[in-house]
Design a protein around this ligand. Structure first.
Ligand SMILES: Nc1ncnc2c1ncn2[C@@H]1O[C@H](COP(=O)(O)OP(=O)(O)OP(=O)(O)O)[C@@H](O)[C@H]1O
Length: 256
C-alpha cells in the first residue's frame, strides 16, 4: 500500500493543466429536527446535529437504532419525513455526487479489478488514467487483471475504497466497512480512511467496533433509540460518557 497520504492521487490534481472551477463547499453539515418514519414507526426522532469541515465523525449505537438509515439520509438516498439536512451551500440535488458511500461488502462487477475501477472513473467522467495510481494506493495494483469476484473480503473492500475515492469525493460515508474483516485487513482499510481524512476528505464512519472508534474518531455521535444521546469530542466521550446507555455500550454490556 502507498505510504503517501497523497491528495494528488486521491483527488487527481497532480497535473494542473486546466484550472478547476471552484466547488461549492459541502461542509459544514447541519441537521435540524430530522425525523424519519417508516411503516408507521419513528426510526429517527428530531435529530439536531452540526458537523464541522474536517475530521472523522464516528456514529455508534446499538443494533437497529438507525445508524445506516442516517447515513442514507445524509447521502440523499432517502428523504426525512420532516426536518432539514443542509450540506454547506450545496443544492440538495448535488449532494450525492460529492460523496461516496461504502458498505460492509462492496458489490463488485463480474469483471477484472482494473475494469471495476475503470467503470466508475468512466461513469463519473473522471480521468481514466488514474486507475493504476488508485490501485497502487490501496495495494491492489498486482491484482489488476484478476477477476474482482475472486478477491478476498479484505481485498474486495480495498477495491471498494478505491472506487469510492475514484469519484473524487468531499465526504466518505462508511457503513461498518470492516465488520467482517480480520485485523490485517481492518488495518489496511483504516489506513486508507486515515489517508483520506488527512487529504481533506470528511469521513463519517458507522462502526460497532469500540477499538476502531477510538483509533479513528475526532468526535462521536452516540445514537440510542433513534435519538442522538451524545455528540462529543472523542477523548471526552470515551473518558466520560454522559449517558448510561453509552457507558454500558463502551463497557460491552447489553444495551437495549
Ligand atoms: N425500509 C424499511 N422499512 C421499515 N423499517 C425499516 C426499513 N429499513 C430499516 N428499518 C428499520 O429501521 C431501524 C433502523 O435500521 P438501521 O439499519 O438504520 O439500524 P442500524 O442502527 O444501522 O442497525 P445495525 O447496527 O443492526 O446495522 C431497524 O429497526 C430496521 O428494522
Amino acid at each position: 500500500m502507498s505510504d503517501l497520504a497523497d491528495r494528488t492521487v486521491l483527488r487527481g490534481r497532480d497535473i494542473p493543466a486546466v484550472a478547476q472551477p471552484a466547488r461549492a463547499p459541502v461542509l459544514p453539515l447541519s441537521l435540524r429536527g430530522v425525523t424519519l418514519q417508516l411503516a408507521g414507526q419513528t426510526i429517527l426522532d428530531a435529530l439536531d446535529l452540526d458537523l464541522g469541515t474536517r475530521g472523522c465523525t464516528v456514529i455508534m449505537g446499538p443494533n437497529g437504532t438507525g445508524k445506516s438509515l442516517l447515513l442514507k439520509l445524509l447521502h440523499g438516498l432517502i428523504l426525512p419525513t420532516s426536518g432539514q439536512i443542509r450540506w454547506g451551500a450545496l443544492p440538495p440535488a448535488e449532494v450525492t455526487a460529492r460523496q461516496s458511500l461504502v458498505f460492509q461488502k462492496p458489490m463488485l462487477l463480474r469483471r477484472s479489478v482494473a475494469a471495476n475501477l475503470d467503470f466508475v472513473l468512466q461513469a463519473r467522467g473522471k480521468d481514466r488514467g488514474r486507475g493504476d495510481a488508485l490501485l497502487d494506493h490501496v495495494g491492489l495494483r498486482h491484482k489488476s487483471d484478476q477477476p474482482a469476484r475472486q478477491l478476498s473480503g479484505g481485498e474486495a473492500q480495498r477495491l471498494g475504497m478505491a472506487r469510492a475515492l475514484a469519484t473524487d469525493p468531499d465526504v466518505l460515508l462508511m457503513d461498518e466497512p470492516t465488520a467482517s474483516l480480520d485485523p490485517a485487513s481492518t488495518l489496511a482499510i483504516e489506513t486508507i480512511m486515515t489517508e483520506a481524512r488527512s487529504s481533506g476528505i470528511r469521513v463519517i464512519l458507522v462502526t460497532h467496533d469500540v477499538g476502531q472508534a477510538k483509533r479513528m474518531a475526532d468526535d462521536v455521535v452516540f445514537l440510542h433509540r433513534g435519538r442522538i444521546a451524545e455528540h462529543r469530542a472523542a477523548p471526552d466521550f470515551f473518558a466520560r460518557p454522559d449517558t448510561e446507555a453509552a457507558r454500558d455500550f463502551l463497557q460491552g454490556n447489553l444495551v437495549l
